[in-house]
Design a protein around this ligand. Structure first.
Ligand code: 6GU
Length: 258
């Protein structure tokens, strides 16, 4: 996958993409990330990227010209090297659709993405109307720019690309991948300060372990994010468990259910 990011602050991207699984993914050529400075696509003497809002009001608005120029230049490079295909052009903005694991999965299926980091008080509306194909927000709070949001999106997408994580199975149980939060995890020692790892995990009985984990994931989701259960794919027995637990006055401690 190739990801092109347009930003006024390229230096913000130096840390996150040069560590951990990300660096590995880049080294193995599973992804390439190109950071473009929007200022490089200006054509006036002062390299102007923003201007006052028509109609007045505080704050500067990103001008359309440099962003159109940047996207069109990147697009033509991509078409020259790799030909056509659908190419999402995504604006990171608090007004976008709310990012989710589902959207990360959807984006991971494209061979290219172009991300535009919004800044200041906004972008000229013609960028929205005539250039971008999608707008994404990472949550209901305001960041000072789209850069951190772009990093969040790129991280969530790249870890889903085939070969990026050690084992293919490891994303399936992640919180949100199956509509549930992840079950509790333990490692050695089996007893730490008198706190034991649940028996079942030491049993070696894989069917029982899988059952326990599924149940724990459901319980945890019910405790923390009950609204997620409406969309989770639960069987009849699991629905009954949820009904039983949600009508009982207190949930049992998570290590007493097998
Ligand atoms: Cl994508 N941009 C900004 N500026 N703030 C945000 C956001 C994006 N997502 C949540 N808050």
């Amino acid at each position: 996958m190739q990801i092109d990011i347009l930003t006024l602050f390229p230096q913000m991207f130096q840390g996150p993409f040069s560590t951990g699984i990300f660096q590995r993914a880049i080294d193995h050529k599973l992804v390439s990330v190109n950071i473009h400075n929007i200022r490089d696509y200006t054509s006036d003497k002062h390299h102007t990227v923003d201007d006052y809002a028509y109609g007045g009001g505080a704050g500067m608005i990103l001008k359309p010209e440099p962003i159109f120029e940047a996207v069109e230049s990147i697009k033509s490079d991509i078409y020259r090297e790799k030909g056509g295909g659908e190419l999402p052009i995504i604006l990171l903005t608090p007004q976008g659709r709310l990012f989710s694991q589902q959207i990360a999965l959807e984006l991971s299926r494209y061979s290219h993405l172009i991300l535009i980091c919004g800044r200041y008080e906004g972008v000229d509306e013609r960028i929205r109307e005539h250039l971008v194909t999608d707008e994404i927000s990472i949550g209901d709070y305001v960041l000072s720019g789209g850069e951190l949001a772009a990093m969040v999106v790129v991280d969530a997408v790249v870890r889903l690309l085939p070969g990026v994580l050690g084992s293919e199975a490891s994303t399936l149980d992640d919180s949100h991948s199956n509509g549930l939060l992840e079950y509790p995890q333990y490692t050695r020692p089996a007893v730490y300060r008198g706190w034991s790892v649940p028996e079942v995990l030491l049993s070696g009985n894989h069917a029982q372990i899988a059952r326990w984990r599924r149940e724990q994931a459901i319980i945890r989701t019910l405790e923390r994010r009950p609204e997620l259960l409406d969309k989770a794919n639960l069987n009849l027995e699991e629905r009954r468990l949820v009904n039983r637990l949600s009508t009982s006055p207190t949930l049992p401690p998570s290590d007493e259910i097998h």
